[in-house]
Design a protein around this ligand. Structure first.
Ligand SMILES: C[S@@+](CC[C@H](N)C(=O)[O-])C[C@H]1O[C@@H](n2cnc3c(N)ncnc32)[C@H](O)[C@@H]1O
Length: 179
């Protein structure tokens, strides 16, 4: 094979991998800042709880929840990000490649989501139907319009809109719901 062909194929492969790293159907991959995850999860009782993250990105939230004592599950549709998460994974983490809408959540104690508003709304009936009474649902930045949060946790020093998502919301708000 000629060198220019090899270079072109390499560039195409790089573009494909680059795009698929950020792609996501109910939200693109925009990771939560690790400092915020650490502060947030310290406020939630995690020891021996089943923690599910729907759309687990690069696995950072799941890994931190496991570090704090949870049995932590991450569901993610990007195969590449699941592989990366498994590569970084520690004890008590489980990364599942799949669609969050097809995941059974009946044994979850805590569910964490960071999706765009449409995805958050779409999940509401599933969460209310499948989760045990007393389970917690935490959303980041975007919230359920028709579900009263049990508390709001503000972990931010940032006073500018969340521009990567192109939406006028302040990053760092976490909303906690009780089923
Ligand atoms: C905004 S990112 C959040 C990543 C991570 N939760 C965090 O807070 O760092 C949303 C993630 O959800 C994933 N996602 C979106 N829709 C999904 C679906 N229907 N099934 C599985 N994963 C999905 C995307 O691939 C992306 O990794």
């Amino acid at each position: 094979m000629d060198l220019p062909v090899i270079i072109s194929l390499g560039v195409l492969l790089g573009c494909f991998l680059g795009l698929s790293w950020f792609a996501g159907s109910d939200a693109p991959f925009v990771p939560t800042k690790i400092t915020r995850i650490k502060k947030l999860l310290k406020t939630i009782p995690l020891k021996n709880k089943n923690f599910y993250e729907l759309g687990s990105g690069d696995g950072r939230v799941v890994i931190e929840a496991a570090r704090l004592g949870a049995k932590a599950y991450g569901i993610e549709q990007s195969y590449l990000r699941v592989l990366y998460s498994k590569f970084k994974a520690r004890q008590n983490t489980n990364f599942i490649h799949g669609d969050i809408f097809k995941q059974n959540l009946s044994n979850a104690d805590i569910v964490f989501i960071f999706l765009l508003p449409k995805g958050v709304e779409k999940l509401e009936p599933k969460l209310k139907k499948e989760l045990k009474k007393g389970s917690l649902v935490i959303t980041q930045t975007f919230y359920f319009n028709n579900w009263q949060p049990y508390k709001k946790i503000l972990i931010t020093d940032k006073k500018v809109p969340n521009t990567p998502l192109g939406l006028n919301k302040i990053e760092g708000d976490f909303w906690v719901y009780k089923v």
